[in-house]
Ligand binder design. Sequence first.
Ligand code: ZN
Length: 317
Amino acid sequence: MNMLDRLFSKEIQRRTGAHAINVIIEGDLKTRKRSRSVGSKALESTTRTEVVPRKTSLLHRLNVRLPWLKFAAIFVIGTIICLDLFGLTISKVDYLSQNLIAPMQHHVKATERTLEGKKLVALTFDDGPFPETTPKILDILTKKDIPATFFMLGNLARTYPDIVQRIAKEHHQVASHTMYHQNLIRLTPEAAQADLDESKTVIKNITGSDPAFVRPPYGNYNDFIAAAAARPLILWSVDTEDWSSKDPEAIVATAMREVYDGAVILMHDIYPTSVDALPTLIDTLRDAGYEFATVSELAQAKNIALTPGQAYYDFCP
Ligand code: ZN
C-alpha cells in the first residue's frame, strides 16, 4: 500500500468508520494490480466501487448500540447451563404441562365446566329403538342441539342396528333396558343374568362399546340384579307419564310441574305423542332456565360418582 493509498484509506476510515477500511485494503490490493496495467485512474474508479456502506445487519447494529447485550446473553446461557447441571432448571415437560398442556386440558373440559353450576336435567328415552319414532326424536334433538340418554331393548337394538348406530354417532348416551323388558326380579337369577349379559353383548356388537348403564324395566331391581348388572343402575325422578297420557300438552305440563335441578326425566321414544311433545318440552324447560346433559354429564357436573351396582334416581348436589 503506497502513501497515497494509506492517506486515502485513512480518510475513508475517518468518514465511514472502521469497518470500511478492510474493504478499502482489499480494494487496494486489487487496485494496485490493476493500476500497474491501466494507470492511476483505475485506482480511483476501482476504489470508489469497493467502498461500500457500513454493513447494517441486526447483530451488528445490536452490537454497536447495545454492547452489553452479548454479556447479558452469555450470563443467561451460562446460568441455564449451570442450573441444568444441578437439575434445577424447569424441564421441558414441566414447562409444556404448565403452559401448553394444562390450558388444552381446560379447553377439553370446557363443556363440563360450563355445565357446572347450571340448572340441569337429563332427558332419557326408554323402550326403543323404534323406526317410526326414534329417528324423529333424534331429528328434534339435533335441531335443538340437545344430548339425551337412550335406554334401549336388546332385541329391538338387534332388529334396528342402524338407529342404534345413529344414536351413538350423534353423541347421545347408549344404555341397556335389558333384552326383552321382563321384570327382572321375577326371573330366576340365572335368567336375569343371561338377559343382562345378552343385552350388553348385543349393544356392544353394534356400537363397539358396552352400554353405559342399566335401567331395569318398571324400575324393579334387588341386590342380585344390581350386582349382576355390573354397571350403575339409572332410574328416574320425573315421570312425564307419556306412556299413559299420550297427550303432548299433558306430557309437558307433568314434566314442568315435577322438574328440578338434577332431575332425570323419563320419556319413551316409541309413542308419536312423545315425539309431538318433545319440541315444546325442550323449549319450555329452556325458558325455565334448564340446560340438558346426558346422564354421565349430569353426574359429573354435580360431582356425583357413578358406581357399578349402585342405583341413582337423580343427581342433586
Ligand atoms: Zn321400559
